[in-house]
Write a protein that binds this ligand. Structure first.
Ligand code: 5FX
Length: 528
């Protein structure tokens, strides 16, 4: 008998991807659909539509529906063995929402394999433009929520984050006022993750607690909707959201539509879908407190597993863990990542990474006391709206320029000192770090990372960590269901290949950074 497969889908901003793994956790197949290129009739750019106000960003939910059929059709054409898939789970861009119209549940249940999903679901939406995470049009609603609950920290204490424009509750509050008829006609609101899960089970799929933590609506400790947040957001919201579910829960079997059209087995289980960041945490197998990942991309992100939530109004987000019903994850996002490093590379290292590395090697850990803050973009962590560069000499006084080797070191050290400072404030204490993203190919940068945090740094080579994490979660949920108990995620991940060690900390250098941290924190405050 052929071995079982576990399928992970990732409905991201620009594409829908699939990763299939076998029970030894090896990746056996990968497929993708790009929204702009493959479904041009939806006229998206980067998978979205931008409003004239420059703040509103939406996607048509029917695009995500069409993409699912197109992805499966491509897999069928490539003779992907759907019949061997015993469980599917998925990842979705966080915060986006879909508004199902009254009666859509019946439509979902009655899907016929003979016609494409998009034909059968074209009238299923009460609001045709789904807000996505890039939307920042809800400042008014954020202020209203913070006022209703007392202050930003009160919202963070309850829901894991202060009120953020892209968080779903604030988007719902806006739409309930702006499109009252659409809101009134809404039977169920899903996240992008639970939306795709709904398509698969042919019913309204519950929102999992991990992705649900990105809504400013979930009480992250009780893992239930927070009545005060619901009341401050929109009328009749409880019924429209349905009850949240544990992330490892099996939520149903795949609908006969997929059996008839693509050849899935009737027994194929669907495990709750979750957000892309929670799924990346699973994909990078960060399950123990102290397991931390730093993604060095266009924007830098640091996230990791936590035992106790310690939400902060000014730093990042706390989500319920997607792999441990008693755990949490923290996530901190930086706007100034690779583009800022590249700007310094271009300014002082002739656009060359090897020159950049040579300059980095010329200096010493701690940069002789020179510290720089490089805000090429308005920064999220800490919140800094005004762009600009701030340099301080060893005496703590502002200065206008650094020598090239000091400039290169200042940008790299500054970014990691900021991560150490702010991640510490939300309770992340790295024991080891997994570096991902484009800039993780640069060994000298990873050595500074290792020295600043004083822990070993590893690298993960498998791209698409969210889709892979969804496949891992499919296996995890399936295993829990098969054994009738919660099986620790680590147990299920035992067969996974080890990560590659890229840097070991230098104790002396680490001591320099530890001494530097309070100075860095003070200077950061002085310019904020
Ligand atoms: C997280 O809070 C975000 O807004 C983004 O990382 C989206 O999840 C991207 F899909």
């Amino acid at each position: 008998m052929s071995t079982p497969l576990y399928l992970g889908l990732d409905s991201s901003t620009q594409s829908l991807k699939a990763v299939a793994i076998d029970d030894r956790l090896g990746v056996v197949a990968e497929f993708a659909v790009n929204y702009d290129a493959d479904l041009p009739e939806f006229k998206t750019t980067g998978g979205v539509h931008r409003g004239a106000d420059g703040l509103t960003v939406t996607s048509p939910p029917l695009l995500w529906v069409a993409a699912l059929d197109l992805l499966f059709a491509r897999m069928k054409e490539a003779r992907f063995p759907f019949a061997r898939v015993v469980a599917v789970s998925g990842s979705g861009q966080q915060h986006g929402s879909v508004f199902f119209r009254q009666g859509a549940r019946t439509t979902l249940a009655g899907l016929k394999a003979t016609a494409p999903l998009r034909d059968q679901l074209k009238d299923a939406f009460a609001i045709g433009a789904s807000p996505v995470w890039m939307d920042s049009s809800t400042t008014r609603q954020c202020l209203a929520l913070e006022t209703a609950l007392g202050c930003p920290q009160a919202v963070a204490d309850l829901t894991g984050s202060r009120a953020y424009e892209r968080f779903t509750g604030n988007q719902i509050a806006k739409l309930a006022k702006a499109e009252p008829a659409g809101y009134e006609a809404t039977e169920r609101i899903t996240l992008v993750s639970s939306f795709v899960a709904s398509l698969l089970i042919g019913d309204y799929a519950p929102i999992d607690v991990s992705d649900g933590s990105g809504m400013n609506l979930l009480d992250i400790r009780r893992k239930a909707w927070a009545p005060r947040a619901l009341a401050a957001t929109a009328p009749g919201l409880d019924a429209r959201l349905g009850a949240p579910t544990a992330s490892h829960a099996t939520i149903g079997r795949i609908h006969p539509y997929y059996v008839g059209r693509y050849g899935f087995a009737t027994t194929c289980q669907v495990v709750a879908f979750s957000g892309d960041n929670p799924c990346s945490l699973a994909g990078l197998r960060l399950q123990e407190p102290g397991d931390v990942a730093i993604s060095l991309g266009t924007s830098d992100t640091m996230f990791g597993a936590l035992r106790e939530p310690r939400p902060s109004a000014s730093e990042g987000h706390i989500f319920a863990s997607p792999v441990d019903p008693d755990g949490y994850m923290a996530m901190i996002v930086y706007k100034n990542g690779s583009l800022t490093r590249e700007a310094i590379r271009d300014a002082v290292a002739e656009g060359s990474w090897s020159r950049f590395e040579a300059l980095l090697a010329k200096g010493v850990p701690g940069n002789g006391g020179s510290i720089g803050f490089y805000y090429k973009e308005p920064e999220i962590t800490p919140p800094v709206l005004k762009t600009g560069t701030h340099r301080f000499g060893p005496d703590g006084r502002p200065c206008t320029a650094f020598a090239p080797e000091a400039e290169v070191r200042a940008v790299v050290e500054g970014q990691f000192l900021s991560m150490r400072l702010h991640s510490g404030n939300v309770g992340l204490k790295p024991v080891q770090i997994l570096a991902t993203g484009g800039a993780s190919a640069n060994r000298s940068i990873l050595q500074v990372m290792s020295n600043v945090f004083g822990v070993p740094v590893f690298t993960a080579t498998q791209p698409n960590s969210a889709a892979l994490g969804a496949a891992y979660r499919a296996l995890h949920g399936w295993t829990c269901a098969a054994q009738g108990r919660f099986v620790p995620f680590a147990e299920v991940m035992k067969a996974a290949p080890p990560f590659t060690r890229a840097a070991m900390p230098d104790t002396k250098a680490n001591a320099v950074y530890t001494a530097m941290l309070p100075v860095y924190a003070k200077l950061e405050k002085s310019i904020g």
